[in-house]
Write a protein that binds this ligand. Structure first.
Ligand SMILES: [Zn+2]
Length: 459
């Protein structure tokens, strides 16, 4: 814990709020300072590009980026063969190797351009559910562009703006004591932003979250999909009502149709999905027609088969991205660990930006049945189970599964039998399922809820 974190942890609540606001002044400048408006306008202007304009834009950006990598980024300069460097100088992406997470995790500084010394430099950590977090570095301009991107393509598409009061769920620890439920959020007056604690959310604290929406005139919500979904469930279960909201924009986890329906009922507004990563390695957001458009000025996004060839539209494959927006720590053909498929149907909105049919899930969330079938979005087994408050599926071995449940007092043997039959229905015969009652399901260090954990992976 840094000295500042220690001071924060010991400070009284009024001082914590003051510190959050002071921190807010600095971050407000870092996000919305000079050029921010211009970046937003640029993102909007490119939305009118035709397919051929996008292609030309990407080729131009890619050539510039790859020649920087071959020359000035130690990792690529050392790893790429002469032949690969030649390919890079010609902007030929297909002949370059895929980038795994391990080298980036172990030596993030090897990916920084050696001819740049940006100040200030922003360091963020990915909140991956497996492995240690990865350090990612942004220049001031890149940081502002990433916020401008979210303003233009996420908030504005949903009819809201970062200049309106919002509430967020993120990995930020705003209440250092996990057992202290007296205050579950902090308020940043500069940005009119309520930071909700993802770690303190449970049925009995739900009213405190709802009260904050009224108190600070919140008009939209954004952040962890699962946290906003759980809060929505508590709101419906407890018959709470929220102030009029314009939109909810979910991030971080996949938004399933069930989650969307529950949130729509609780928040009484439209729910929009955003798909990105801490590194802004790619960016996809939902337009007014509910389609998930990938931003071609953020990355070149590939969806690949296990043999490395590109998938056909509709075919699920692994997402690999080359970041065009960030050139200080460039990621070339980076394996994100996500599975997705392209949608060939054009969107009535007219934007010539590729569309993802669906983001199926993370590779590490895949559960494997004894006959080799692979399943994602497994938490569907908890849909329409009124006696289950939270549930988590853990694959221990090929045949052994544990299902952890936090349940209401009405939970009975019938519910246990229900879970077991739903599991067997999805996994096939020959699996052992044990259902475990728990008080709560722990969050990851980043405050995320994991619906599925697989400890077993096919070799
Ligand atoms: Zn569209």
């Amino acid at each position: 814990m840094s000295k500042l974190d220690q001071l924060y942890a010991r400070a009284p609540l009024w001082l914590q709020n003051g510190m959050v606001s002071t921190y807010g002044v600095y971050w407000h400048w870092a996000r919305f300072g000079p050029n921010f408006e211009k970046y937003v306008q640029d993102f909007h202007a490119r939305e009118d590009f035709s397919s051929s304009e996008w292609k030309a834009y990407q080729e131009d950006q890619l050539k510039r980026l790859l020649s920087i990598c071959a020359r000035d980024v130690p990792f690529y300069a050392q790893r790429w063969t002469d032949q690969q460097k030649q390919a890079a100088l010609q902007g030929d992406l297909q002949n370059l190797p895929l980038l795994e997470k391990t080298p980036l995790r172990e030596h993030p500084e090897q990916f920084l351009r050696r001819n740049l010394r940006p100040f200030p430099c922003f360091k963020f950590f990915t909140s991956g559910t497996t492995g240690t977090p990865i350090a990612t570095y942004f220049t001031l301009a890149e940081n502002r562009q990433c916020v401008a991107l979210r303003e233009a393509r996420s908030a504005n598409w949903a009819g809201v703006s970062f200049f309106e009061p919002r509430a967020t769920f993120s990995g930020r620890i705003i209440q250092p004591d996990p057992s202290d439920e007296s205050s579950v959020y902090r308020y940043n007056a500069i940005e009119k932003q309520v930071y909700f604690s993802a770690f303190h959310l449970k049925p009995k604290t739900a009213t405190r979250y709802v009260d904050a929406l009224y108190k600070h005139n919140i008009t939209w919500l954004t952040g962890y999909a699962v946290s906003f979904y759980l809060l929505a469930k508590y709101i419906l279960d407890q018959n709470l009502s929220v102030p009029p909201l314009k939109a909810v924009i979910t991030t971080s986890e996949k938004l399933t149709p069930d989650m969307r329906a529950v949130m729509q009922a609780a928040y009484r507004c439209r729910i929009f999905e955003e798909y990105s990563t801490v590194e802004t390695a790619l960016f996809a957001s939902e337009c007014e027609h509910g389609r998930l458009h990938v931003s071609p000025d953020v990355s070149i996004t590939e969806i690949l088969r296990p043999d490395g060839t590109p998938c056909q539209p509709g075919e699920v494959g692994e997402v690999v991205t080359t970041s065009l927006l960030r050139s200080y720590q460039p990621l070339i053909r980076f394996r994100l660990g996500d599975l997705a498929a392209w949608d060939p149907e054009p969107c009535p909105c007219g934007r010539q930006m590729p569309i993802l049919q669906e983001v199926v899930g993370r590779i590490e969330d895949v559960v494997t049945g004894p006959d080799g079938r692979q399943l994602v979005r497994f938490h569907g087994i908890f849909a329409n189970q009124p006696n289950i408050i939270e549930g988590q599926v853990i694959q221990e071995t090929l045949r052994d599964f544990t299902v952890k449940v936090v349940c209401t007092q009405n939970f009975s043997e019938q519910d246990v039998a229900d879970i077991k039959s739903r599991m067997a229905q999805r996994l096939g015969e020959g699996v052992m399922i044990s259902v475990e009652h728990v008080e709560s399901i722990p969050r990851t260090p980043a405050g995320k809820f994991q619906a599925v954990i697989s400890k077993w992976h096919p070799q």
